[in-house]
Design a protein around this ligand. Sequence first.
Ligand code: ADP
Ligand code: MG
Ligand code: ZN
Length: 504
Amino acid sequence: MDSSVVCTESFRVDGCIKSANKKSKISRDVESDIESLYRAVPQLAKTFRIIDKIGEGTFSSVYLGEARMRDGSRDVFALKHLIPTSHPTRIAAELQCLTVVGGRENVMGVEYCFRKEDHVVIVMPYMEHQAIIDIISSLSFEEVRLYIYHLLKALRHIHQFGIIHRDIKPNNFLYNRKAKTFALVDFGLAQGTADTQLELLKDLMGIRKAPRPVFSERNLNNCTLAPSITKLANTSELVNTGKPTDLSNGRSASARRGPATARTPKPQQTVHQPLTCTCFHTDRVCNVCLARKQQVAPRAGTPGFRAPEVLTKCPHQGTAIDVWSAGVILLSLLSGRYPFFKASDDLIALAQIMTIRGSRETVRAAKAFGKAVLCSRQLPRLDLRELCETLRGQRPSPDDEVTPVRHSLGAKSLEETPRPAQERGKAGAGETPSPLPKSQAETPGEKASSGVDCTGTGDERGWDGVPDEAYDLLDRLLDLNPTSRITAAQALQHPLFKDLEKST
Ligand code: ADP
Ligand code: MG
Ligand code: ZN
């Protein structure tokens, strides 16, 4: 890779802290990972004592490291080791995002970067943080309001630079509860807007080929909607369009998040195409539709946080997709359910969105950005306050006046509901998306991650006095139509944040 974009030997720290002088309680696996990292990037050992592994994904591992500074003090850092198969431009773009916009406005900064051959380690200040899943049931409304405010601030900032983060979710927005500090991390999926100020994000748009197909991104990248098709269709009729793989993300969301949609493509075959579609408004998929070319559109992130325009592969995606994800986070925090939408693929995710935001509304919005979505059953749009209060256990369930809400609405997330039909993937049209799943009762003794609190301490945490503004903002963030969706800058001006915006 081009070493000019990655600074290799810029140390502000000194000292020679050797590893493995203290053996703590870390596992053998982590120990051997740390040793391999020292071996891959030996210059790290001159500066850091790597203490533990603090994060692991498909595309990186993050370690906690300690360094002795010139003045003799010790400082802790997060060392993000990117997988060596990442595209050089992808790596450089992640680094450029951190260096250009990081270190202010709730965006994580970068301190150093090390490289040896294709191993790159990005060194950031370490920020202690709590996982949302661990604290969601104890959050006060005021904390939730602050959290979203600070997330929107980070978004306004990066969007000003033409950066679309594409993977906004609590794991990528660090929150230190005690210090009340926040930091947006992980620009590993970021892309530029048409007018982005970041050169490398522009370059990313040109990347269409994987440099080293060590794991097959092509296979993993193509099949968002495919599983639903193969279920009903005779697979031998499937046409492999052999389209160029869209690697503008550098890594595919499905590759990141495990096997959910991974599938080996069938060998290339051609079908003789009849001229017109015969499946419109039926519950099957005709050969014409099966043979349609899949739309190439960026698809990044985690299904449950993806905006409708991402789920339907709309080719024009902008900063509004991050705003949607912020809306999903707010919905999650207001309802006390994390993750809120838990979907293994995009059609299930879309069905879950319809369940909350209404099927007619979703179909209409999709039409506005050029996508045909079919849904076999009409699902009403839900009132957001009613929904959140019901899930929090502050209201009786609409389905059942007797059973406490938390037992009838499912313990944690909106679990998988049947899929809607979309464009060529009409396989789900025979199934019916159901409203909130009934009777997914917790097993006795299982701790719900919801904020349900029967003892009434909800009052202290402000949950009995959530202002209408909160639900109004939620409604604007979860606008199904990206062109009318509120922007991060506008959201910060929302009445919910009246007191906060003045003071900054
Ligand atoms: P990935 O691309 O693998 O998701 P991230 O950049 O999101 O990598 O980092 C993974 C995890 O590592 C984060 O969710 C967070 O828990 C931790 N992490 C990342 N950067 C920092 C940091 N600067 N300080 C503390 N923890 C961090
Ligand atoms: Mg991440
Ligand atoms: Zn058809």
